[in-house]
Ligand binder design. Structure first.
Ligand code: UGA
Length: 354
């Protein structure tokens, strides 16, 4: 099987490529603006990588779609601060560029595995978000945070509609995946990383952690390896189980408030040599979302996946606890800092992850 991945150097992309090369006989072609995370894999005989901009090298992208069996378009802006500060960039990359790829897959009869998002459920009031029955609830237009969710939802609907005309597809919805390489730990600005790397970076730099609007909002955090295992099963697609399906890929057992997450991280970091003091020295401050993100922000108070479908069809079960996942993540970043390697791609490289 030959797989084409855009955003291959991102958090999900790079880990997926690594896992494929290590545990399958599949061939991968990847594209991204940089190859920071993929560097150790560049000489692998079953991996071809092109450093480039998919919005510019469109002919090359189309050639790869033509030559592969499965397309995973993972390139996207995936930070809430980006949705607020540059909503048009989110629309142009996440929606417009990926729409082009979806159409190309349909035209050439290629299978597409598309990253939807837990954000499509928005402020849904269901206790557990279900792929088939939950309403997708977004806020007003002036809250530009929702442009990401709205664009992803529209693509979900477009892919579904092409599916009715014969496109072979699977949509997957990551629920706050985390792990090594999530974001650049050295980005110090507010909202420059997703919450786990943001908080860890704050602690490592001796800065206060900011709990937005008090930190009572919940997320279900999913360790990267569990998510990648689900993706491998989707790509394998035994007996076509993943065809025309939408899968929530999240861990309902790792359901924590953001305040609880902060405490968990402090405890986890304090268990590493040299960081025992953090239990006593860390600072936690409450900040309003208006001040932290700006007026275009609106939050999701809880986000819990119903994973019955992934359990049943993919025989998938997330197994990594919050404690274990956080410990591995903290260890990764501490080692990265110790090895004094630059710990991030150049700052002009947009986030290419989910
Ligand atoms: C994320 C992003 O939109 C995407 O990466 C992704 O599609 C999706 O969720 C997902 O992975 O499921 P969100 O969960 O809001 O959205 O992202 P974070 O930036 O990680 O924030 C989580 C929560 O922590 C929010 O309530 C936010 O207000 C809070 N937060 C964040 C703080 O309290 N303090 C901070 O310094 C940063």
């Amino acid at each position: 099987m030959k797989i084409f991945v855009t955003g291959a150097d991102g958090f999900i992309g790079s880990s997926l490529v690594k896992r494929i090369l290590e545990t399958t006989d599949w061939t991968v072609v990847g594209m991204d603006l940089g190859c920071f995370r993929l560097e150790p894999l560049l000489s692998h005989p079953r991996f071809a990588f092109r450093q480039g901009d998919m919005t510019v090298d469109q002919t090359w992208v189309d050639q790869q779609i033509q030559a592969c069996d499965v397309v995973l378009p993972l390139a996207a802006c995936a930070l809430p601060s980006q949705y607020i500060n540059d909503p048009l960039a989110v629309f142009e990359l996440d929606f417009e560029e990926n729409l082009r790829i979806v159409r190309e897959c349909f035209k050439r009869g290629k299978r597409i595995i598309f990253p939807s998002t837990s954000e499509v459920y928005g402020m849904c009031q269901d206790e557990n978000f279900n792929e088939q029955t939950s309403p997708l609830v977004l806020g007003p237009i002036s809250k530009q945070r929702w442009i990401y969710s709205c664009g992803k939802q529209m693509l979900d609907r477009v892919i579904w509609a092409y599916g009715l005309k014969g496109l072979q597809f699977t949509l997957f919805r990551p629920f706050n995946w985390f792990g090594p390489n999530l974001d650049n730990i050295q980005n110090s600005g507010k909202g420059q990383a997703r919450v786990i790397t943001q908080f860890l970076g704050n602690l490592l730099r001796d800065e206060p952690i900011h709990l937005v609007d008090g930190g009572s909002q919940h997320r279900c955090f999913t360790y990267l390896d569990d998510g990648i295992e689900a993706l491998i099963r989707i790509i394998e697609n035994s007996n076509g189980v993943a065809d025309s399906q939408i899968f929530n890929i999240g861990n309902p057992r790792n359901d924590f408030s953001i305040g609880e997450l902060a405490q968990h991280l402090v405890t986890t970091l304090s268990e590493f040599p040299g960081w025992e003091h953090i239990q006593l020295t860390h600072k936690i401050e409450i900040e309003s979302s208006n001040k932290y993100y700006g007026e275009g922000y609106q939050d999701v108070q809880f986000r819990r996946p119903d994973i019955t479908l992934a359990r049943t069809l993919l025989r998938w079960e997330p197994s990594v606890s919050m404690d274990e996942g956080l410990s591995k993540t903290v260890q990764f970043y501490l080692q990265q800092i110790e090895s004094s390697k630059p710990v991030h791609p150049p700052s002009n490289v947009p986030v290419t992850v989910h």
